[in-house]
Design a protein around this ligand. Structure first.
Ligand code: SIN
Length: 291
């Protein structure tokens, strides 16, 4: 009997590649999974970076979608300087009740302990996708982590999620939009925005799925039942473990993710222990464009 090998179509999307960068010689870049995430070394974020380091950091961010740093004892100024290499600092839209303000309006405190009732980001989401121009990226620094592990953050690659759809589904999604409703997460007064279901990343040029559990209320342009079933399928599909990476925090680690092609989820498995740090957001420069 002969067996014909049939590769699973689209199940192994190529990782994002960018033109023009073949070697990193001013920083080190160590991939953390086949599809998403890399640890950056050879930088001291308490000091200004060289132009070459910044250029390569930007390239690594585009290529790997979420970048990680270890052993960085950074101040607010250091965190803001890192953010400013990528854009302008943004403020959190809506009345976030879980994270807390700090003396700097651009920096929010993400602190959880035995008194916490909730933490931010327990569902996979893209930050503030309810905003007309959602944030480009987010930088979370944790100086304190639970003593026995736990509190990992998971990241999922929305290029790979798109690439793995069937050709028929890709055609079906073309031109569809979805409503992202911030009041579902942050309550009244938070923005509601309509974005394409498939967007094109402004730097990589790649197509990415852009719906998420927290903010996406419904897909527009379709009968309600069909829209609801489609959204449920896409949301499950977006977080298939095949294209995720799980980041294990150590004290003084940093995760810096691209909200235009990544969803993330915080795992609260460490109560009553403490996990504590600070987060900044980088403003987006334009509304998401259809892919
Ligand atoms: C978030 O930004 O949603 C929280 C991520 C985390 O705390 O790991």
């Amino acid at each position: 009997m002969t067996t014909t090998f049939q590769p699973r179509p689209q199940s192994r999307p190529e990782p994002a590649r960018i033109d023009g960068v073949v070697t990193y010689d001013a920083i080190t870049v160590t991939p953390e999974s086949p599809h998403i995430g890399a640890e950056i070394g050879g930088v001291d974020l308490t000091q200004p970076l060289s132009d070459r380091q910044v250029e390569q950091l930007r390239a690594a961010f585009t290529q790997y979608q979420v970048i990680f740093f270890r052993d960085q004892h950074i101040s607010f100024d250091d965190q803001i300087r890192l953010a400013n290499y990528f854009g302008t600092l943004g403020e959190h839209a809506g009345k976030a009740t879980i994270s807390k303000p700090t003396e700097n309006p651009a920096v929010r405190k993400f602190h959880y302990d035995e008194n916490s009732q909730l933490i931010s980001g327990e569902n996979f989401h893209s930050d503030q996708s309810c905003a007309p121009i959602p944030p480009l990226g987010t930088i979370l620094y944790n100086h304190t982590v639970p003593p026995n592990g736990g509190g990992d953050t998971q990241f999922s690659n929305m290029y790979a999620a798109y690439d793995a759809l069937s050709p028929r589904m890709k055609v079906y999604l073309e031109g569809l939009t979805a409503t992202h409703d911030g009041t579902r997460v942050f309550g009244p007064g938070t923005p509601v925005a309509v974005h394409p279901v498939v967007i094109r990343h402004p730097e990589s040029g790649r197509k990415a799925l852009y719906v998420n559990t927290d903010f996406t209320a419904h897909i527009n342009d379709l009968p309600r039942l069909e829209a609801d079933r489609l959204l449920a399928f896409l949301i499950d599909h977006c977080v298939n473990p095949q294209w995720t990476v799980r980041f294990r925090w150590h004290a003084h680690s940093i995760a810096f993710w691209d909200n235009r092609c990544v969803q993330h989820q915080a795992i609260w498995d460490y109560w009553p222990n403490v996990r504590s740090g600070f987060r900044v957001q980088i403003e987006g420069t334009a509304a998401p464009v259809a892919g």
